[in-house]
Structure formats: structure tokens, C-alpha cells
Design a protein around this ligand. Structure first.
Ligand SMILES: Cc1cc2nc3c(=O)[nH]c(=O)nc-3n(C[C@H](O)[C@H](O)[C@H](O)COP(=O)(O)OP(=O)(O)OC[C@H]3O[C@@H](n4cnc5c(N)ncnc54)[C@H](O)[C@@H]3O)c2cc1C
Length: 405
């Protein structure tokens, strides 16, 4: 049954997280945008304490109905609020993050226990996922990093770039990095596997941390692997190289979980900009007159209504993708739809917000220009706008990746 109402649990969580965003994130938002590479330790420690290491929102595990959960929906709702506070700070919060999502999607029950239980105890920890390479981005089947079996170890070699939280996961906490590498280059996609590399493993080095346009509070690292040895059972899923790319599909399933999360973050940034514009207009005595015929509206009113409608469309797609996961349904199409829509909408809304407020929007006195910079990443990572549109087209038209690329 379709239900557009959030449960009492999720609404309570939303209010709590909004308070954190307003009181703990907004006041330090500009500071940690300016001081890129410095960490807001008071905030990070506080978030580790309150979330118990859960990916934010994971706290809502209560099952509303037999056979269903609200975990993914709650996560999306929380992440919208946190990103309304500050998307870069949200991305820097210690938790199992993208690396944990890969373990959850492709790991065995024993691996989930071994790698994820640490996020509920001890000091703050991070996990990261390293797929992108200097010669491989959108087309992950072009991965060049290798994993070669040597006795009871895998030996990894290669370079990974633009790894979110790579520094914190690889060197500054007892976390881990999930590294995608090929065990057989001749096998194409079927040879690509994911390996968990524990922080501090010999042969894994952080060689660079990027200076970025936006989300500057989040570290983005280059990782080099030189004869980096990990135990045999650190491979996620089977070590077999199948004849088809079925195994690769298992690894790709990580994105079905993470794309709605990126979409939710985009919506949070877009809503921050939209709320600011509406509040400013209100202060200046400009009311948005809902319910009038379009020809009677001012251009400004039409702009604001269009921004609201687009944001709500992206949110509904995102909630649907998360709801499908919570109900055990395959959401590959819906996850890409949500990500493509939200990535586009957030760049449009934040640009329009800067435009509507004129020079004030462009000034560093306000956060509007920062939100415009923070927005664009949502159109790039976890599959670019074009790649997610391609996935949507393939799913709808029934083409394989070979037939439509
Ligand atoms: C801040 C930041 C954080 C990141 N975090 C991570 C991370 O944690 N882990 C990780 O592994 N990676 C991460 N990335 C990398 C990101 O996922 C890649 O940048 C992204 O996948 C695109 O790859 P690329 O940069 O190689 O671009 P390319 O694949 O070279 O694409 C360049 C352009 O061509 C377009 N394009 C490519 N193929 C097609 C096609 N078939 N049809 C139409 N258009 C196409 C793309 O949409 C894009 O606009 C991060 C990047 C940034 C900037």
C-alpha cells in the first residue's frame, strides 16, 4: 500500500536530527569550509557518541509491519536533515559509510560481524570505498588495480583516487577501506572483486588529500597499494570468476543502497537554499501566493514554486527507492532515478537561490554560495548524472550495458 506519511518514529528522529543540524552544524559550517583539512573534533566525537556508530538513522530499526523495516527510509530522512545543516560535515561524520554499505551488500554474515561490529564500540572510526582510478571512473569494468592470490593472502597493487574519507579510514582510525580490484583482467567485469583492507595495513599509503570546490570538510584521498597483503577471507563474496558478470552485479548492488543516500543529501542542500530564500523573502514582506492561476503569479513566485515542486519530486523518488529496499524489493532503477533527479535539482535550486538574492547570494557573508559549491558533487559521485540516466534508460528499455553504453 502506498503511504506518504512518515511514521511517528521517523518523524521524531527527523526532529532530533534537525536540532543537531541547526545547533551543532550550521554554527561551524563556514569555519570548516574555510579550514579545509582540519577536523571539527568536538562535533565528530559528539556524533560518534549519539549515533553509537550507526550510519546516521540506523537507530530506527523498529519494524512497523511484519517483514518490513524503516531503516533505509529513516536514514534518508536523517541525511536530508544533516545535509541541510552542512553536507561536508555530514560526510565527515565517523561511521561505516560507503565501505560499510559494500560489506552489507556483498559480504557474508560472518564478514558483516567481523567488519561492522567495530562501529558500535571504542573510538570514532571511518570506512571508505575505493573504486575510482586515474584511468577508470564511470566505467568501473576498466579497473586496473590487481589482486593476486599468494598462499593464504591476496596481494593488492594499484592506485585509487578521490576516495571519500580515505584518509580517516586508512590512517586515522581503526576503520577499513573496501578496494575494488581485478583477479583476472582477461575476464572483464566478472573478474572484479571487492577486498577489505584494514587501516594501517602495510603497503597501503595515502599520497594526497584533494583541495576541493565544495564539501571541503570531507577528506578525499588518493590511496596507493604496493604489494599490500590482506587475508584470503577479506574478499567480499566468492573468489570464483564466473563465466558471466553475475559476481560483478553483486558488487554493483552497493550502489542500490548508496544512491538514495546521495539523493537525500542533495535534497538537504537544496532545501537549505530554498528555506533561506523563502525566509529572506518573508522578512522583506514578500509572500508566496499559493493557489493563484499561473498567469497571476509574479516571476519570483513561479521560480520559488518551481523550486519547491522539483525538490518534492526528488524527495518522493528518493523515499520510494529507500522504501523498496526496506521492503526487500530490487530498487536498481528507482535508486538511479532518485540520484539523477536529486543531483540535477540541487544544482538548479542552489544556483537559482544565488541568482534570486543577487550580490548577497554571491557573498561569502552568507552560506548560499557555499551550498551552490556543495551541490555539484551530488551530480558526480556514486555515478554521474549521465551514467544514472543511462541506467534508467537501460532498465526501462530492457537493454544490457553492452547494448546501450
Ligand atoms: C569529492 C569526490 C568524492 C569522491 N568519492 C569517491 C569515493 O569515495 N570512492 C570512489 O571510488 N570514487 C569517488 N569519487 C569519484 C567519482 O565517483 C568519479 O569522479 C565518477 O564516478 C566519475 O568518474 P570520472 O571522474 O573518471 O569521470 P569519467 O567517467 O571520465 O566521465 C567524465 C564525463 O563523461 C561522462 N560520461 C562518461 N561515460 C559516459 C557515457 N557512457 N555516456 C554519457 N556520458 C558519459 C560522465 O558523466 C562525466 O560527465 C569521488 C569524486 C569526487 C569529486
Amino acid at each position: 500500500m502506498i503511504d506518504f506519511e512518515l511514521s511517528d518514529n521517523v518523524q521524531t528522529l527527523r526532529k532530533m536530527v534537525h536540532a543537531v543540524a541547526e545547533q551543532a552544524m550550521r554554527p561551524i559550517s563556514r569555519e570548516y569550509d574555510e579550514r579545509e583539512h582540519e577536523k571539527p573534533w568536538d562535533f565528530l566525537n559528539m556524533m560518534w557518541q549519539v549515533s553509537g556508530g550507526n550510519p546516521v538513522g540506523g537507530a530506527v530499526e523498529k519494524k512497523p509491519k511484519e517483514g518490513t523495516s524503516e531503516r533505509n527510509l529513516a536514514m534518508c530522512v536523517s541525511i536530508e536533515e544533516l545535509s541541510w545543516g552542512d553536507a561536508g560535515l555530514y560526510l565527515s561524520i565517523p561511521n561505516s559509510g560507503l565501505g560499510g554499505a559494500a560489506v552489507a551488500a556483498a559480504g557474508t554474515p560472518a564478514q558483516k560481524e567481523r567488519f561492522l561490529s567495530r562501529f558500535h564500540e571504542g573510538k570514532p572510526k571511518w570506512a571508505a570505498m575505493a573504486i575510482t582510478e586515474p584511468g577508470c571512473g564511470s566505467d568501473s569494468s576498466a579497473i586496473q588495480a590487481t589482486a593476486v592470490r599468494d598462499g593464504d593472502h591476496w596481494v593488492l597493487n594499484g592506485t585509487k583516487i578521490f576516495c571519500t574519507s580515505g584518509l580517516m579510514a586508512a590512517e586515522k582510525s581503526e576503520g577499513f577501506v573496501v578496494v575494488w580490484a581485478t583477479v583476472d583482467r582477461t575476464a572483464g567485469r566478472a573478474g572484479i572483486k571487492a577486498f577489505v583492507v584494514e587501516a594501517g595495513t602495510a603497503g597501503m599509503y595515502v599520497t594526497k588529500v584533494e583541495n576541493k570546490l565544495g564539501i571541503r570538510a570531507s577528506d578525499t584521498a588518493t590511496l596507493v597499494f604496493e604489494d599490500c597483503r590482506v587475508p584470503l577471507d577479506n574478499i567480499l563474496g566468492s573468489a570464483e570468476v564466473p563465466k558471466t558478470s553475475e559476481g560483478f552485479k553483486g558488487v554493483m548492488a552497493t550502489f542500490d543502497a548508496t544512491r538514495p543516500i546521495v539523493a537525500a543529501s542533495a535534497i538537504g542542500v537544496g532545501r537549505a537554499a530554498l528555506d533561506f530564500v523563502k525566509d529572506t523573502l518573508k522578512e522583506q514582506g514578500v509572500e508566496i501566493r499559493y493557489g493563484l492561476a499561473p498567469h497571476r503569479l509574479t516571476a519570483l513566485e513561479r521560480d520559488v514554486m518551481e523550486m519547491e515542486a522539483q525538490l518534492q519530486a526528488a524527495r518522493l523518488l528518493t523515499w520510494r527507492a529507500a522504501w523498496m529496499m526496506d521492503n526487500g524489493m530490487r530498487n536498481n532503477l528507482e535508486a538511479s532515478m532518485a540520484k539523477a533527479k536529486a543531483g540535477l535539482v540541487v544544482t538548479q535550486i542552489t544556483q537559482k537561490a544565488v541568482e534570486l538574492l543577487g550580490p548577497l547570494g554571491y557573498s561569502r557573508e552568507l552560506l548560499l554560495e557555499k551550498w551552490m559549491r556543495d551541490a555539484k558533487i551530488n551530480d558526480i559521485f556514486e555515478g554521474t548524472q549521465q551514467i544514472n540516466q543511462l541506467i534508467v534508460a537501460r532498465r526501462i528499455l530492457g537493454y544490457s550495458s553492452k547494448e546501450l553504453s
